[in-house]
Design a protein around this ligand. Structure first.
Ligand SMILES: Cc1ncc(COP(=O)(O)O)c(C=O)c1O
Length: 404
């Protein structure tokens, strides 16, 4: 008789964004005259840049010609894309990353979720609290955690590293030594960034303890201030302890197109095993590559014209972030993030819970955000707004919130 994976049953029922979606649908059905503005889910709104569209058109035409048609992509991804990534994202920043350490995929979510597979089930996992839920849930599904503790709203067997306002939403080095450490900077949901010195402390810690850092830098393109690392490989010794995830989703609007990559350095060994080779094995066995046309679109992101267009797009979102940040600060809200990240993290007023504030904002301002508690217990009494809306909606949403 077939059996299901019981670890899946440990996951609490209602997923954050489906609960939000249900509440918004109910509100809209009951108030058809109200215009609801969504600054909740982190999805982009601007069209793909012209240079990317050009690359897509060209690649589509190539696929329609027998001479230039492409079938299955190489396991690691096309060399034209891996080479340009190695050059532009790493070597130009002084990081020695080889194209054969880069694995192209259809996005960072899959890679962040799948990476745990190449590590032993007994590894202790550490995550920030609040956290991008994929890191925890994928480890729950793999049986690497205990049961969900309803009261603490945490999974047993996971090391949670609280990120509070007092510490600038930075995790402290954990007391209990974890084997796998998920870090995400610029951070979703808090919008916090880590300095190079601080990140170096984590790298030194991981090398000292024999831990592996799983570093998600999906939002590095939003870093606007100097001195903040775009890659963990800017830190000395990171290649022997860290894996890095990148995404084209927020960098270039690929949320619907789908493209990302993971760097697994050859120096990274666990129990003497070259981790890169395990990931290559997994990639080759379970994945057949991002589409050729999408990889060509990814290549266009690094062209001079593409880069300029994308910088303009990021500038547009960051102007939204500024509007939200300054608007809410002037209205007396305690706000953070939004300077090097497209997320604004605000403290709910009057000690309201995150969901109480969500309901009030929806009912009274018809604005949708994301309750901080959905990212972990230390997200309670916080709320996330995203800068990915269009300008008019963002301005209007801020005006409505200010009027509350
Ligand atoms: C921290 C973080 N990592 C990864 C992802 C997923 O990116 P992708 O669209 O490439 O799967 C997201 C998307 O919201 C994210 O916030």
């Amino acid at each position: 008789m077939a059996k299901v994976n019981k670890d899946y049953l440990k996951l609490p029922g209602s997923y954050l964004f489906s609960t939000i979606g249900k509440k918004v649908r109910e509100f809209e059905a009951a108030n058809p005259d109200k215009k609801v503005i969504r600054l909740g889910i982190g999805d982009v709104t601007q069209a793909l840049a012209p240079e990317i569209i050009n690359a897509l058109h060209t690649a589509v035409d190539e696929m329609g010609n027998e001479e230039t048609f492409r079938g299955y992509a190489p396991d690691l991804g096309y060399e034209f894309l891996r080479s340009v990534i190695a050059e532009k994202d790493y070597r130009e920043r002084g990081c020695d990353v080889d194209k054969d350490e880069i694995f192209i995929s259809d996005g960072a979510k899959c890679d962040c979720g799948n990476i745990q597979e190449i590590f032993d089930k007994d590894n202790i996992v550490a995550v920030c609290d609040p956290v991008y839920p994929v890191y925890v849930d994928s480890n729950v599904m793999a049986g690497r955690t205990g049961e969900y503790d309803e009261e603490r709203q945490l999974f047993n067997g996971v090391v949670y590293m609280p990120c509070t306002a007092e510490s600038g939403f930075m995790p402290d080095l954990p007391k209990e030594t974890p084997d796998l450490i998920y870090l995400c900077f610029p951070n979703n949901p808090t919008g916090a960034v880590i300095t190079k010195d601080k990140l170096q402390e984590w790298v030194d810690y991981a090398n000292d303890k024999g831990s592996v850092i799983l570093y998600d830098s999906a939002y590095e393109a939003y870093i606007s201030e100097p001195g903040i690392p775009h890659s963990i490989y800017e830190c000395a010794g990171a290649k022997s302890c860290a894996i890095e995830f990148r995404s084209f989703s927020k960098t270039a609007g690929f949320t619907g197109l789908r493209l990302g990559y993971t760097v697994v350095p050859k120096e990274l060994r666990v129990e003497g095993v070259i981790v890169r080779d395990l990931w290559a094995r997994r990639h080759g066995t379970k994945y057949n590559g991002a589409p050729y046309i999408v990889q060509r679109a990814g290549e266009a992101v690094y062209s001079e014209k593409g880069r300029k267009e994308i910088e303009t797009q990021i500038g547009y979102y960051m102007e939204n972030a500024k509007i939200i940040f300054e608007g809410l600060s002037s209205a007396g809200y305690q706000v953070s993030g939004g300077v090097n990240a497209p997320y604004i993290w605000l403290k709910t007023p009057d000690d309201m819970t995150s969901w109480e504030f969500f309901d009030m904002l929806l009912q009274k301002a018809n604005v949708v955000g994301t309750p901080g508690s959905g990212f972990g217990p230390h997200g309670e009494h916080y709320f996330r707004l995203t800068a990915f809306g269009n300008r008019d909606n963002t301005v209007e949403a801020v005006e409505r919130i200010k009027k509350l």
